[in-house]
Design a protein around this ligand. Structure first.
Ligand SMILES: [Zn+2]
Ligand SMILES: [Zn+2]
Length: 277
């Protein structure tokens, strides 16, 4: 039941890099990054449009039942696993949809990037030909209000750059910090500062420390670092996110169990999981 002023987060895609439609990986989920935040009848706020965005789009279309639909999509960055669901996001192809894209880029650049993936020979429909009304906007470094919520961006350490977001509501806060590589003191401090006291920290836990030793510079982190960040920042709950495509459910569960032994309130991001804060 939604509390007054509470946000509900739903995970639609939790996998990193590429979808993994294999039975042994579907317990946590095979779709790439896509999260949805609902707040008090506001339009849906979507974080990243990985392959999980396809199902979410179908649900949103069904919910609005032919009425006008307003949606915002906030990008962390533009690697495939964070944008590949967009061409299959049904509300794009409906003239009753008004869609605002947000990122840390200038609006003209964001538009160029979003249009760039929907162009020949990669996709048969060009972005300018979609029926939805699309707007492009920048989240300024000081953040932006979004209804009663406040969204504050912060830089993550990732090849080509990525942005984390802290979403603050009247009754709780959610911090989304995927794709991020630990180990740079400035970025690590920024992450902790923005995650301070959050109800949820959604963290890039693609590897464990042993795997990470061979993946330095790839832009991802470990569950061990997630636990450290959660403890340092005093968050209430840690969500291990961006599961490595080679990891099956058993391996992800083992990482979650090991993390929970150090920080009890840890869960593994799972497609379809929903929580109200
Ligand atoms: Zn990613
Ligand atoms: Zn990435």
């Amino acid at each position: 039941m939604e509390r007054n002023g509470a946000m509900t987060l739903t995970l639609w895609g939790v996998r990193g890099s590429i979808p993994t439609p294999q039975a042994e990986k579907l317990g946590f989920g095979g779709n790439t990054a896509c999260l949805e935040v609902r707040y008090d009848g506001h339009p849906a706020l979507i974080l990243d449009a990985g392959s999980g965005a396809r199902r979410l789009g179908a649900l949103l279309k069904k919910e609005c039942a032919g009425e006008e639909l307003e949606v915002s999509i906030l990008f962390t960055h533009f690697h495939w696993d964070h944008i590949q669901g967009l061409p299959f996001f049904a509300p794009l192809y409906d003239r009753r949809t008004s869609l605002t894209f947000y990122s840390s880029c200038e609006p003209a650049r964001l538009r160029e990037i979003v249009e760039g993936q929907m162009t020949a020979p990669y996709f048969p429909v060009n972005m300018p030909a979609v029926q939805a009304t699309c707007r492009y906007a920048k989240v300024e470094p000081e953040g932006m209000p979004w209804g009663d919520l406040h969204i504050r961006p912060f830089p993550l350490r990732h090849p080509d750059g990525a942005t984390g977001y802290r979403i603050e509501g009247p009754s709780g806060s959610i911090v989304y910090a995927s794709d991020h590589e630990h180990g740079d003191s400035r970025h690590d401090a920024i992450l902790r500062e923005h995650a301070a006291g959050a109800d949820l920290l959604i963290y890039d836990a693609m590897y464990d420390a042993a795997e990470y030793a061979f993946r330095r510079g790839w832009g991802h982190s470990t569950w061990e670092e997630g636990v450290r960040a959660a403890i340092d920042a005093g968050v209430k709950r840690l969500v291990l996110f961006h599961h490595e495509p080679d990891h099956d459910d058993r391996m992800v569960k083992e990482m979650v169990d090991r993390a929970s032994a150090r920080f009890e309130n840890t869960i593994g991001a799972k497609e379809g999981w929903s929580v109200t804060v």
